[in-house]
Write a protein that binds this ligand. Structure first.
Ligand code: ATP
Ligand code: MG
Length: 375
C-alpha cells in the first residue's frame, strides 16, 4: 500500500495508510549506550525498552534512550545517529542503530517491491557538507529490506502535504508555493510550481543550532535550553528578565533571517522568475513554538524575499507534515506503478525519472511528482 519515512536529526516519522487512514509512528532519533552486564539486559527486557546488543555493549534506542539518559544523568552515553540533517560523521554506530530504529518503525514491506518514499535534505550550502553518503546509505538499507525506494526532498514533501495554490490570471496552479522545514539539524526550503521543484536550498542550522547557541552565551546546559524552549517558550511574550527566553528569541530570529537571506542570494543566482504571489507553508518542530509565525512574518518584512509572497501559514501538523507529504507521493507512485505494471516513464539523462500521477485517498491530484526513481 506504500509507506513513507522522514528520517530527521531529532525524530524519525513513519507514515502509512491503515483502513484508509493515515497512521504516523514517531520515534526519537537517539540511543543510549551502556556496558552489557548480567542484569542489564534482563532489566531492559522487563521494562519493555527497545534495545540492541552489539559486542560488549547494550544500546537502548529511541525515546527510551532519553529516559535512560535522564535517569542516569550520563549525558556522554546519550548519542545521536544524525547531526545537521545527515548521518553523524563522528558516530561510528550511526548506521546500524539508525537501521534498527527505521526498521522498528516501518517494518518489512507488506509485499516485495512495496513503494517507500524517504526524504533527504537538499544539498547544503555549507561546502564542507555532503548528502551523497547519507542518501546512498538510506537507499541501500531500505532496498535491502525489500522496498522500492523513492527519494524526495524534505521541503517538497511539505508542498505535497499542504497543497499551496497559486491563483492568478491564468487560473489556479495546485502544489505551487514555498515550503520551509525548520527542523533540528537543518532548515530546508523549496520553491515549487505544479509539484515540481523550481529551487531548493538547505542550511545546516535548525533547532539544535538555536539550543547550542543559547547554551553557549548563557552558560547553561543544552538540555535545559531545549527543555525551556519546548515546554515554556512563547515568542509573543518573552520576559526581558528571563535570560534563556531572551536568548532563544534572539537565535530564532537569527535563524529565520539567515534562511531568508540565503534564499534571497541563491534564488537570484538561479535566474528563475516567479511573478505571481506564492503562499508559504512552514513546518518542522522548530515552527511549533508559539509566536513562530509572527516572528517569521516580521523577519520577512525586514529581509524580504526574492519572489512575490502571498499568505504565510503553518502546516496543519508541523511535526508530521514531511512524512504526510511523502506518503502522498508514495501512494501516487505506487498507484501509477500498478497502473502501468512496468513502472514509471522513461529515465532522464541523470538516471531519475519524472512521472505524472493522480493521487488517491481524497488528496488533490499531483500534476507531477518530483522524486527520484533509481534502477
Ligand atoms: N513544542 C516545541 N516547541 C519548540 N521547539 C520544538 C517543539 N517540539 C520540537 N521542537 C524542536 O523541533 C526540532 C525537531 O524538529 P523536527 O522533528 O522537524 O526535526 P528533524 O526532522 O528531526 O530534523 P532535520 O529535519 O533538521 O533533520 C528540535 O530542535 C526540537 O527541539
Ligand atoms: Mg526534518
Amino acid at each position: 500500500m506504500a509507506k513513507a519515512i522522514d528520517i530527521g536529526t531529532s525524530f524519525i516519522v513513519g507514515a502509512e495508510l491503515k483502513n484508509g487512514k493515515e497512521v504516523f509512528t514517531i520515534e526519537r532519533d537517539a540511543f543510549f549506550s551502556m556496558p552489557k552486564e548480567d542484569f542489564a539486559e534482563e532489566m531492559l527486557h522487563d521494562a519493555g525498552a527497545k534495545y540492541l546488543l552489539k559486542g560488549d555493549q547494550i544500546y537502548v534506542v529511541g525515546e527510551d534512550a532519553l529516559r535512560y539518559c535522564m535517569i542516569t544523568g550520563k549525558q556522554e552515553n546519550y548519542r545521536r545517529p544524525m547531526k545537521k540533517g545527515v548521518l553523524n560523521p563522528g558516530e561510528e554506530e550511526a548506521v546500524p542503530l539508525l537501521e534498527r530504529l527505521v526498521e522498528g518503525i516501518i517494518g518489512k514491506p507488506a509485499f516485495p517491491g512495496e513503494v517507500i518514499a524517504a526524504t533527504i535534505p537538499a544539498p547544503p550550502l555549507e561546502t564542507d557538507m555532503d548528502i551523497t553518503f547519507h542518501k546512498i546509505v538510506i537507499e541501500r538499507f531500505l532496498k535491502k529490506l525489500g522496498y522500492d525506494v523513492r527519494i524526495l526532498n524534505e521541503a517538497l514533501a511539505i508542498i505535497y502535504a499542504e497543497n499551496p495554490v497559486v491563483d492568478d490570471s491564468m487560473g489556479k496552479a495546485p502544489f505551487s508555493g514555498i515550503g520551509i522545514s525548520f527542523g533540528a539539524g537543518m532548515t530546508n526550503l523549496v520553491v515549487a510550481w505544479r509539484a515540481k521543484k523550481l529551487f531548493e536550498i538547505s542550511i545546516a542550522r535548525g533547532g539544535d543550532w538555536i539550543d547550542e547557541s543559547v547554551s553557549r552565551v548563557r552558560n547553561v546546559p543544552v538540555g535545559k535550553v531545549t527543555h525551556e524552549k519546548e515546554k515554556r517558550l512563547d515568542l509573543t511574550k518573552v520576559n526581558p528578565r528571563d535570560s534563556i527566553a531572551v536568548g532563544l528569541e534572539i537565535y530564532h530570529e537569527e535563524l529565520v533571517k539567515f534562511a531568508l537571506r540565503q534564499f534571497q542570494a541563491h534564488f537570484k543566482a538561479s535566474q528563475s522568475v516567479v511573478e505571481s504571489p506564492m503562499e508559504v507553508v512552514l513546518a518542522g518542530g522548530t515552527a511549533l513554538v508559539p509566536g513562530f509565525l509572527e516572528l517569521f512574518n516580521r523577519c520577512l518584512s525586514e529581509v524580504g524575499a526574492p519572489v512575490p509572497v502571498g499568505k504565510v501559514r503553518l502546516a496543519k501538523d508541523p511535526l508530521r507534515a514531511v512524512a504526510k507529504g511523502s506518503l502522498v507521493a508514495a501512494l501516487s507512485m505506487e498507484k501509477k506503478k500498478l497502473a502501468t505494471k512496468e513502472g514509471p516513464g522513461a529515465p532522464r539523462a541523470d538516471g531519475t525519472k519524472r512521472v505524472a500521477v493522480s493521487a488517491g485517498n481524497g488528496e488533490p491530484a499531483l500534476p507531477e511528482v518530483d522524486v527520484e526513481v533509481k534502477g
